[in-house]
Design a protein around this ligand. Structure first.
Ligand code: CUA
Length: 375
């Protein structure tokens, strides 16, 4: 028989882990084994978590810091491996000696109760355990500061691309002031090569709270702080799509503040630039939807280049359909999700600043038809 009390007891011993969209429930023993189980589960979860694809449908979507494909991530990985190697060696020596001592000098039957010989005041031993750690720490300081200096002193050459990334609750505004392009959530950059160095230098700003820009395969995290301009650079050499997240808790939809960096092969970036510089398409077929867009408050928050919509609170929609996702990586950008978004953004991203515009079914259809012309 199972009493309510034993069910309650069992429930209190269940822990729940969440990661990669999955919940795992585990029964927990008590005491030391409980702590060990928790540690093991956490370690396994962290290892698996690093390989779970955080967003839908992207075969190259790795966010693993141990697989860098750009400076400065490569350099940071090398320092990390050195630090891990030194710390692991120290850990193995210390625990090895400890385990050896515990076993070798354990209490045996027939031991007398007298104290072993005391060696307090040995100059050699005290010198050794003062100087050795000092040397190790000194090596770590030198290597780390060299890497930091290398990364911070990087100069933008003539081939560099400059972009400004502005964190908003909960999306990324991306501006290329020199190219006259404004877009959102997808940072497009050229691939760099030895013969043609094209790093991308980023200015990071925030429109509201603190965020953090992090694309693990390209560079370390850089905080995005209100009233402050931070800087960083990336120099990917392999074309592809790189995924990243906001890495500083910034409110309810912090987890749905994803970033994509699209690295173009030589020549293709210029093509993307030319396409983005065009004014918005004007198709006569979608006049009804256009009318709805411009007669509602949409224009207060969104900009469409070449029209009277100049809002700056929400993403620029001039080339909305050129982007792969909606709502900062929340859903893929297709007619079904676009319709759901226009109908009521709160169902896809609760708490987002875009309200339900209370459009009728017919108005939603016309609006979506118009938005789909913004290629
Ligand atoms: Cu933005 Cu977390």
């Amino acid at each position: 028989m199972i009493s309510m009390n034993s069910v309650r007891k069992l429930k209190s011993r269940l822990i729940r882990f969440h990661g990669g969209g999955m919940w795992v429930r585990l029964p927990l023993p008590h005491g030391t084994s409980r702590a060990l189980t928790l540690l093991t589960v956490a370690a396994v979860w962290i290892i698996i978590g690093g390989h779970i694809e955080p967003v839908f449908g992207n075969p190259s979507g790795i966010t693993n810091i141990f697989k860098p494909l750009s400076e400065p991530a490569q350099e940071i990985k090398e320092v990390s491996l050195l630090v891990i190697a030194i710390c692991t060696t120290i850990f193995l020596i210390v625990t090895g000696l400890l385990v050896f001592t515990v076993i070798r000098f354990r209490h045996r039957a027939g031991d007398d109760a007298s104290e072993p010989p005391q060696i307090y005041g040995s100059n050699q031993i005290e010198l050794a355990w003062t100087v050795l750690p000092l040397l190790i720490v000194f090596v770590l300081i030198l290597v780390t500061s060299r890497t930091i200096a290398d990364i911070q002193n990087r100069k933008a050459g003539p081939g560099a691309v400059h972009a400004t990334v502005i964190g908003h609750q909960w999306w990324w505004e991306i501006r290329y002031p020199e190219l006259g392009i404004v877009t959102a959530n997808e940072l497009h950059v050229p691939a760099s090569s030895v013969s043609s160095q094209q790093p991308t230098f980023l200015k990071l700003e925030s429109a509201d709270v603190a965020h953090s820009f992090w694309v693990p395969q390209l560079a370390g995290k850089t905080d995005v702080i209100p009233n402050r301009e931070n800087q960083m650079w990336i120099e990917p050499t392999q074309p592809g799509t790189y995924l990243g997240n906001c890495a500083e808790y910034c409110g309810m939809q912090h987890a749905r503040m994803l970033i994509r960096v699209i690295v173009h092969p030589p020549g293709e970036f210029e093509h993307w630039v030319t396409q983005q510089q065009q004014a918005a398409a004007e198709e006569t077929s979608a006049q009804a939807g256009r009318q709805i867009f411009f007669s509602n408050t949409c224009v207060n928050c969104h900009a469409i280049h070449g029209t009277s919509a100049h809002g700056a609170f929400g993403p620029d929609l001039t080339h909305l359909m050129s982007r792969g996702t909606l709502a900062s990586g929340t859903v893929p950008n297709n007619p079904v999700t676009l319709r759901a978004w226009v109908r009521d953004p709160q169902t896809l991203k609760a708490g987002c600043l875009m309200p339900n515009m209370q459009l009728t079914d017919n108005e939603v259809n016309q609006m979506v038809a118009y938005l789909q012309t913004l290629k």
